[in-house]
Write a protein that binds this ligand. Sequence first.
Ligand SMILES: *Cc1c(COP(=O)(O)O)cnc(C)c1O
Length: 377
Amino acid sequence: MRDFNFDLMELCAPGVRGLKPYEPGKPSAELQREFGAKDVVKLASNENPLGPSPKAIAAVRDVVANLAIYPDGQTHELRLAIAKKHALAPECITFGDGSDQNIEFLARTFLQPGYNVVISRHAFAVYAIVAQAVGATVHFAAAHPVTHPRTPYGHDLDAMLACVDERTRLVCIANPNNPTGTWLYRTNLLQFLERLPQKVLAVVDEAYSEYVQEPEYPDCSQWLQQFPNLVVTHTFSKAYGLAGLRIGYSLSHPRVAELLNRIRQPFNVNNLAQAGAMAALSDSEHLKNTLRSNRAGKRQLESGLQALGLNWIPSICNFLTVDFKKPALTIYEALLREGIIVRPVHNYDLPNHLRITIGLPDQNARLLQALKKVLAN
Ligand SMILES: *Cc1c(COP(=O)(O)O)cnc(C)c1O
């Protein structure tokens, strides 16, 4: 193909020039193509190994008959259901094509060159990417030290607050956080919000909230009345098992939601996603099964990892981030050759760790078996 006769970077928006795109977990089909591996076990993207609720699958099937019609741009039915779930007005909700898109809406609405977002050092990668894309700066706050008794590598809210200046527009907090699996107590988060200037939006990403059953874990949607600058994001990709449908939402003050909806394309959430999410919400039994399976899988993985002499970051989520005490990419690659996909987290400033999604019993067993073999070599 003929190339440009000038430097294409000149045309490109400044924020995009230095941008490194998000690195997703390797798809199973890719590993099959590359290594001819059969029976690939993917424990790389924190997907629900049980899949979605059977009710969600049935609902999606029903909608397939209506693919010729545009989706409801207001996502009306699901909006009412979610408003009820969180006891909030329907105007507080903004839907996204996955909650990644909700995070992108926040960046595009509130950030621009000269302004910044504050995030923790090992926070979810999307926050920095969407901020950089619009030319804003990222202030990385130091995380808790490895020696922290409860949340090593977790968010240090005091350090985050210290990074806030007059040019800060957003602070992004994942509770619990990916890739550390650490979580914040109600009292600490509440104190943080009380001290944060109202001109700074606090985004609390609750992608894994369903997995947390601790009394000290806050449901931040209940604080929206009190903090107009609070935004809470949720997704159907994790515990609800609908990562492939792409649907998430943010909860905020209606005036914030009105701004976010200005840049939202009207049909960003498709027919299948709306119907699937609606049905998934109604199936509390499946959610219970998911949590039960995750608890058992976690016990299995933890005792297996312990037997191998490995350490991991204490996690409340559906994954464990394991410390190999040396650059972990070679272990990642050796596991690929065994047909197992996990997630390198060097781009999260954790080069010695790998993130392992908790799978079904046989998947966990295969991972542990492969790990044992790889570590012996
Ligand atoms: C997986 C994840 C998300 C969102 O995923 P979507 O599929 O875009 O909804 C958001 N935040 C964190 C911390 C995640 O791990």
